[in-house]
Structures are given as structure tokens and as C-alpha cells.
Design a protein around this ligand. Structure first.
Ligand SMILES: Cc1ncc(COP(=O)(O)O)c(C=O)c1O
Length: 441
């Protein structure tokens, strides 16, 4: 017997693809659809596939025994605190330690201005929640971080992309876009930027441009949201000075322990001017009451007792070797006409295919050849990026990276032959935002 709901529809049965509540969702949920490439990525996680798609940190490089001891010791010694609710703003001692971490990027801040969040992804959500009404404009580099675009879309923001080149965000493009939008009566709520070791662009905003971006935004009254999870993972020299270091009132800074320690703790943070911080704490409480005391204290304990700066060095060495493996393989194996960025830190290379090729359309063939990447369209909110792809080097071993590039180069070579014979290669993929799962973000 089928059961009817009070609105006369049969509820979806378990496993059914029919959604009886399809007409009940809020307008903001209509854009929340899993892309067709998710299924492909499920295949891509098989061991025989070299995944240049995922953005997963190589946590195996952590001294896992030590982490285990630390966690066990935490429960034994401080269980009643670690297993209890905490404050909405986050553990005060951890917030002090976060200020010490940020000092490496020139930021002088007090623990009172830090809000601990469930990864920097939650900080992004909270910032968007407190600033965005449907239709408000957010500026973001084109391409931009897929997880941020998903959040902006969930709150019905209108994302306007700013051009980027190999030195990062182009200040002239920023100034012109702000001018045009404001002249047309738009409210720009903030500029979302990843200035250092960009995901997915792999580029870094140079020093001169940093000041220009700060000046342009200050003059136009545009708040900057600086997302910086990779800032301490530079391969050469000292960390770049954060934008926030030179404008405490005009920048909300987002940080994370996901790449310098481990994403499984889900500990990130926002550093914000007082008034914004107050709203963030209230939004945090309404979202989750308080962050996990347990993981906050575990991260605090790690920072207090372990050589975390040395661990970051270990990660940097490892990622540098993999970056080199990827760049060398691209140089040696890719057909003429394919270009790519040369990251000085972080996890990602952004590659562009020759005219007439579509990265989403060739993904199924690449996966069949046992290599995966993320097509470029997922990193834009306006359908751009069809000739681009993100290649990540953070997870596979160097020889696997080379093998992956060899397979990918073969696929692209085949596509080029098709294009040269028939005029176009594979038909383009479906339009729409591609939202890979968290392991690929
Ligand atoms: C640019 C950027 N921002 C934010 C995040 C979210 O990181 P988390 O929530 O793990 O701190 C990521 C993760 O890949 C990222 O690349």
C-alpha cells in the first residue's frame, strides 16, 4: 500500500529517484544540483586511475602515531572540557595560537577578533550568510574556488568574475568592473580573492598589485574577503605578506589548518573587524551552537607540543617535488598548444587546451584512459572555462603524476587529431555548474 502525504503526493520511497517534494524547496536550493561529472569522479577514485583531480592534502606525511597519542592523551587528561560544548567564537587559547600562525604572514591581530570555524569553508558560508541578499554582487577571480562559488550560489549572490593573469587578479579589470557595476546601481558586497597560490589558478598576486587591489577596494568601499589556506605552503622564500596585514579594517581574512595539518580536524577561522566578528559569532551559534571542542583542543595541543613549523617544511618539500614532477611531465609530454601556469606553492596547475577542444567533453575519455582532472567550467559561474582544466599534484606520488600526464597527453593528442580531421573534437559537455565533492574541492 502506498502512503499519501497531506499534499496528496506519494512520498519518495527509499532508493527512488522521484522527489515528491520537488516543488517545496526554497528558491535558493534550485541551483544545488550534483553535476553529471560526479559519477565520473566516482570512477576516478579507483586505484588504477591517476587522479590529478583531487585537492586532498597528503596527510600520510603526518606522524600519525604522534597524532593518535595526542588525541588519546587529550581525552584522558582533559575529557570533561574536550567533550563538552564550547563557546561560539572558539577556544580562547586556540585563537591566541592562530594569531601566532598569522604573524608569519605579517598579520598583527588579537585573539578577540578571531572566530574559529568548521574549516574555512564554514567561514565562507557565514560571511556570505551575513552579507548577501539574493541578487547582491560578489566579485571573484575568474576562475575561482569551486566551494566558494557553490556557497555564493546557495545564497543567490550574483558572481561577477575579475580577470586573472599569471600575476593574479588584474587591478585594472577590478577597477573597471567596480566602476561599471556601481554606475549601473549594483551593490557590491565584497571581493572574494585567493591572492596566494590560487585554487584553481596556481598563481599568486604580486606585491605591487596587492597594494593596488587594497587601494581600489578602499576607494570604492568594497570589503575584501581574503581566503588563504595555502599561504604557508610556498616553495621559495618567506611567506607572502597577507592583504589583511595592510588593511585590518577593510579585509576579512580566512585561514585553515586543513593544508598545514589535516582537513579531518575541520578547523579553520575568520579574522574580522569587530562589528563583522560579532555578526559572525551570532551566525556561527545559529549554525552549529559551537565548533567541536574536541578538535579545537586537539589542534591547540598539536601546536603547543609538536614542531608544527617543521611539519609545514615537510609538506612543502613533498609538494614541491610533486609540483616539479607535474611541470616536468607537462613540458616533456604535452602536445604543442597546451599551456599551463607554474605555481610557486599550493596544490594546483591551471592548464589551457588548444582552440576547438573542450575539457569537459574529453573527461570521459580521459577517465577511460585512467587519468582524471577537473574541467574548467566548474570554476566559473558564467559557463567560461571550457578549454581549461585544473591539474592537482598534491596527492599522487611523482612517478604516478608523470604516468597520469602521459595518459592525458595521449588523450589530448587524439582529440587534436579528431579536430584536425573533422573540424571539431568531441561535442561540448553539458552547460551548468560542476560541483565536485569535497575531496575534489
Ligand atoms: C581556496 C580554498 N578555500 C577554502 C577551502 C576550504 O578548506 P577547509 O574548509 O578545509 O578549511 C579550500 C579547500 O580546498 C580552498 O581550496
Amino acid at each position: 500500500m502506498t502512503e499519501e502525504t497531506d499534499h496528496g503526493q506519494t512520498p519518495a520511497t527509499q532508493g527512488s529517484r522521484i522527489d515528491a517534494y520537488v516543488d517545496r524547496y526554497a528558491a535558493r536550493a534550485t541551483g544545488m544540483v550534483a553535476s553529471e561529472i560526479r559519477a565520473l569522479f566516482a570512477v576516478a577514485s579507483r586505484p588504477e586511475v591517476v587522479s590529478l583531480a583531487g585537492g586532498m592534502p597528503y596527510v600520510t606525511a603526518l606522524p600519525l602515531d604522534m597524532v593518535g597519542e595526542l588525541v588519546s592523551d587529550l581525552v584522558t587528561r582533559r575529557g570533561p572540557v574536550a567533550l563538552q560544548y564550547g563557546s561560539g567564537q572558539g577556544d580562547p587559547h586556540l585563537r591566541e595560537q592562530i594569531c601566532e600562525v598569522m604573524r608569519l604572514e605579517g598579520i598583527e591581530a588579537g585573539a578577540d577578533d578571531v572566530v574559529v570555524t568548521v574549516g574555512s569553508q564554514q567561514a565562507l558560508d557565514l560571511i556570505t550568510r551575513i552579507f548577501i541578499d539574493p541578487g547582491d554582487v560578489v566579485l571573484a577571480e575568474g576562475p575561482s574556488y569551486v566551494g566558494a562559488l557553490g556557497t555564493f550560489s546557495a545564497y543567490q549572490a550574483k558572481v561577477v568574475h575579475i580577470t586573472m593573469d599569471d600575476q593574479g587578479l588584474v587591478p585594472e579589470s577590478l577597477a573597471q568592473t567596480i566602476y561599471a557595476l556601481q554606475a549601473a546601481g549594483n551593490t557590491i558586497k565584497f571581493l572574494y580573492t585567493i591572492p596566494t597560490f590560487h585554487n584553481p589558478g596556481g598563481v599568486t598576486l604580486n606585491v605591487a598589485r596587492r597594494q593596488q587591489v587594497l587601494d581600489i577596494c578602499q576607494r570604492a568601499g568594497v570589503l575584501i574577503v581574503e581566503d588563504n589556506p595555502y599561504g604557508l605552503l610556498g616553495f621559495d622564500g618567506e611567506p607572502m605578506r597577507a592583504l589583511r596585514a595592510d588593511n585590518p579594517d577593510g579585509v576579512v581574512y580566512l585561514g585553515s589548518f586543513s593544508k598545514t595539518l589535516a582537513p579531518g580536524f575541520r578547523v579553520g577561522w575568520a579574522l574580522a573587524p569587530h562589528a563583522i566578528r560579532d555578526k559572525l559569532v551570532l551566525a556561527m551559534e545559529s549554525a552549529v551552537l559551537s565548533h567541536s571542542s574536541f578538535t579545537q583542543l586537539a589542534v591547540g595541543q598539536y601546536l603547543a607540543t609538536q614542531p608544527w613549523r617543521e611539519q609545514i617544511k615537510t609538506f612543502k618539500e613533498l609538494y614541491r617535488e610533486r609540483r616539479d614532477a607535474l611541470l616536468n611531465a607537462l613540458t616533456d609530454l604535452m602536445p604543442t598548444g597546451v599551456t599551463w601556469t607554474r605555481p610557486a606553492g599550493g596544490f594546483f596547475v591551471w592548464a589551457s587546451l588548444p582552440e576547438g577542444l573542450d575539457s569537459k567533453a574529453i573527461l570521459p575519455r580521459a577517465v577511460a584512459e585512467r587519468v582524471a582532472f577537473v574541467p574548467g567550467t566548474g570554476f566559473f559561474s558564467d559557463g567560461s572555462g571550457s578549454r581549461q582544466m585544473r591539474l592537482s599534484y598534491c596527492y599522487p606520488e611523482p612517478d604516478r603524476i608523470r604516468e597520469g600526464v602521459r595518459r592525458l597527453a595521449g588523450v589530448i593528442e587524439g582529440e587534436l587529431q579528431l579536430r584536425d580531421t573533422f573540424g571539431t573534437a568531441s561535442p561540448p559537455g553539458h552547460p551548468g555548474v560542476d560541483t565536485p565533492g569535497p575531496d575534489l574541492a
